[in-house]
Design a protein around this ligand. Structure first.
Ligand code: ADP
Ligand code: MG
Length: 398
């Protein structure tokens, strides 16, 4: 029964999934682990579908279905139990989301995921709808690579699918470099011009079924070897630019008809241009600060959207600097004896919040956890982050 809304009506709750119900999650990584914890805090049970054994999300889930994402029996089990489902990684087969959507609320939808997981579709979508992107061209066949516009150089050849943390990218300086780079990828690619960057930023947005959209404060991101190292929030950019970045991210979510949590990564070019780099159809590493620094985290928002509950405030209570903890810091020196990092020295900073993902095996370059440093001022948070990086032997300034 639907009634016309009036100020006397109680909040309409007829589409909400009650706490105690099951929410489904595709993927078993740390993003899924933090989603499980947020959903469980709201009283939900979470079923995780992930082929891995001892996965970060599987080990905290209420139920772990250990099977392939396209395993029909497992998808049927998940659909039978869960009234809503989401994903924690962008390479989830669109067919799995499509299957679940016949019986459950699925956010984000298969269509949005299919765009975000393919750089060609993603960049074409953005450019078509008037969002600024780095100049690019599509490489599908060898002749495409042999006839590129030299204005795209120096550039980067990026695979259309399955790139992450700087993998699946080759820098190219001259037209002669492009065919070899393309051939070595073994799949369709984009060639994109290298932008002279002032900084990199990201915006997390959340859009619900009623099409309310919220965004969090802009994060300023530094990478090391293609992997996110530090996110500083608020970003050290002008308020006008931050406003434009948030509006851009909200507009992209609207254009996609997006439902769920979306991360939009942007470049701030030295000439002042704001360009969209890429988007991730899920919570993002650069949004981890929201757990400790905001009223509602990106993961809680993901659970709220799935359950059909109102969106929470994205207000930030304190400046924050998030430092990623990679497996490298478990190794002593270059030869590399394994030992536990000095967590007591980290936690001696009372406003440092430590998150570890429960991964058994530290490997170099593997995301093992993160620390969010809070401060009354951004300088205070930056100071704590610098001290912790030094303590743990993480190179690079913040
Ligand atoms: N066109 C570009 N110009 C300058 N730097 C770039 C460009 N494309 C990528 N990069 C650098 O490489 C990083 C990783 O590239 P990205 O496209 O975001 O791939 P990934 O999927 O690995 O995150 C970016 O965060 C940025 O530092
Ligand atoms: Mg990226």
């Amino acid at each position: 029964m639907h009634h016309a809304a009036s100020s006397a009506d109680p909040v309409r709750n007829d589409d909400a999934i009650a706490p105690g119900s099951w929410l489904g999650l595709l993927g078993g990584g740390q993003l899924g682990r933090m989603f499980c914890m947020a959903a469980q805090s709201l009283g939900y049970k979470v079923a995780v579908l992930d082929p891995g054994g001892d996965s970060p999300a599987g080990s905290v889930a209420d139920w772990h279905l250990r099977a392939d994402y396209l395993d029909n029996a497992a998808l049927r089990d998940l659909a039978a139990r869960c009234r809503a489902a989401t994903t924690e990684f962008e390479n989830v087969p669109a067919a799995a989301l499509e299957f679940l959507s016949h019986s459950a609320r699925v956010a984000p939808g298969a269509q949005s995921v299919a765009i975000a997981q393919d750089r060609i579709r993603e960049k074409t979508f953005l450019a078509t709808h008037g969002f600024g992107v780095a100049p690019f061209t599509v490489l599908r066949e060898p002749p495409d690579a042999a006839a590129i516009d030299p204005a795209l150089l120096p550039g980067i050849v990026k695979t259309a699918r399955f790139g992450y943390d700087g993998k699946g990218q080759i820098a190219v300086a001259t037209p002669a470099d492009v065919p070899a780079a393309f051939a070595s990828m073994g799949q369709a690619c984009v060639l994109e011009r290298r932008i002279d960057l002032a900084c990199e930023i990201s915006v997390i947005v959340a859009r619900d079924a009623q099409h309310g959209t919220v965004s969090w404060p802009v994060a300023e991101n530094r990478h090391r070897h293609g992997i996110l190292d530090v996110s500083t929030v608020p970003a050290r950019i002008t308020p006008a630019l931050a406003q434009r970045a948030r509006e851009t991210a909200v507009a992209i979510a609207g254009r996609l008809g997006y439902e769920g949590v979306l991360c939009v990564e942007l470049f701030v070019a030295r000439d002042g241009a704001l360009l969209v780099n890429e988007m991730a159809p899920r919570p993002h590493n650069s949004g981890h600060y929201t757990i400790d620094a905001c009223v509602t985290s990106q993961f809680e928002q993901q659970a709220r959207i799935l359950a059909g509950l109102p969106l929470g405030s994205t207000a930030q209570h304190l400046p924050a600097v998030m430092v990623n903890l990679l497996g490298d810091i478990w190794f002593e020196g270059a030869a590399g004896a394994l030992r536990e990092p000095r967590w007591s020295a980290v936690l001696a900073h009372g406003s440092a919040k430590l998150h570890l993902y429960g991964k058994k095996e530290p490997r170099r370059g593997r995301k093992m956890g993160h620390v969010t440093c809070l401060g009354e001022t951004l300088d205070a948070a930056l100071g704590t982050a610098r001290a912790i990086k030094r303590t743990l032997g993480i190179p690079g300034d913040v």
